[in-house]
Design a protein around this ligand. Structure first.
Ligand code: GTP
Ligand code: MG
Length: 272
């Protein structure tokens, strides 16, 4: 059983990606357990197999303790620690090939507070796991947004202590299916593609990052290139690139061997 933890900023499309990835897996004969770990979610684009809201809801905390939505969310996520073993038991009983965990929108609550990473560690235990970090393509259009999105991904990776696959979602808002793999045309719209490309030097990137010093811009660019070897382009809504995301997650989880195919023939759009 492999765990895929789906994280990312609010509204980037985490839940839609969970739904798309699980659908893709099921179409390919794999069993995916979908876990909603967001006590504040009201409507989800998939039917969760394991749902934290059966134990804790943010709304109950608002009513019970008279808290606002943010305070109640913080408290409800911390409170999950009491139910981790129940959630894990439910997952074990279902026993899929993959467990896909949908994190709450407020990434900082899970990734950066004390209890969030502990909850995840207790849930995953000794199973192999990877973070799928979902970015919205609008967060990757300019140097400002690309640097800050990658810094967020980097800190999430270090805080959760797991390998991370970077996924750029909502690419359908930037291009058409016909141009989906045309990296040159996409690079003109998506600065993040240029920043992570090996053909694009960090000296050029540092000139773009005019909001920080040249040296910091260049150093950050080198770190990003080294840490994020590839950026997977996806439209969870249109189901484009989902197999590329699966292949990349799979490479991290078991180093290339695949439940579905021995070798992945059509690679994802790469920057390396
Ligand atoms: N065009 C387009 N819209 C998308 C895509 N993925 C998600 N969306 C839309 O983006 C909005 C947010 O999607 P969610 O999946 O709820 O995002 P989320 O990250 O789970 O949101 P929170 O849990 O609230 O942080 C919804 O309106 C989705 O329909 C995509 O690939 N393309
Ligand atoms: Mg969500």
């Amino acid at each position: 059983m492999y765990f895929v933890i789906v994280a990312g900023p609010a509204g980037s499309g985490k839940s839609t990606f969970v739904s798309a990835l699980a659908q893709w897996m099921e179409l390919n004969g794999l069993n995916a357990v979908k876990v909603n770990l967001d006590p504040a979610s009201e409507v989800l684009p998939y039917v969760p197999d394991v749902d934290v809201r059966n134990y804790v809801t943010t709304r109950d905390f608002m009513v019970k303790y008279g808290l606002g939505p943010n305070g109640a969310l913080v408290l409800s996520v911390d409170y999950l620690i009491n139910y981790v073993s129940d959630l894990r038991r439910e997952i074990d009983e279902l026993g899929g090939n993959y467990v896909i965990i949908d994190l709450p929108g407020q990434l900082e609550i899970v990734a950066f507070r004390r209890l969030g990473p502990i909850v995840l560690r207790e849930l995953v235990k000794n199973n192999r796991s990877v973070t799928a970090f979902i970015l919205d393509s609008h967060m990757a259009s300019s140097p400002h947004s690309s640097y800050s999105a990658l810094l967020l991904a980097l800190s999430t990776m270090y805080r959760l202590g797991l390998p991370l696959v970077l996924i750029l979602n909502k690419v359908d808002l930037i291009t058409s299916l016909q141009k989906f793999r045309d990296l040159d045309s996409l690079s003109s719209r998506l600065y993040i593609l240029r920043l992570l490309s090996e053909d694009y030097s960090c000296i050029s990137a540092s000139n773009d990052a005019f909001f920080i010093s040249l040296e910091v811009g260049e150093n950050l660019c080198s770190i990003f290139k080294e840490v994020f070897k590839e950026l997977i382009l996806v439209s969870s809504k249109e189901m484009w690139g989902v197999e590329d995301a699966y292949a990349s997650l799979q490479r991290v989880l078991i180093g290339g061997e695949d439940f579905v195919t021995e070798e992945y023939s059509e690679g994802p759009p790469r920057t390396d």
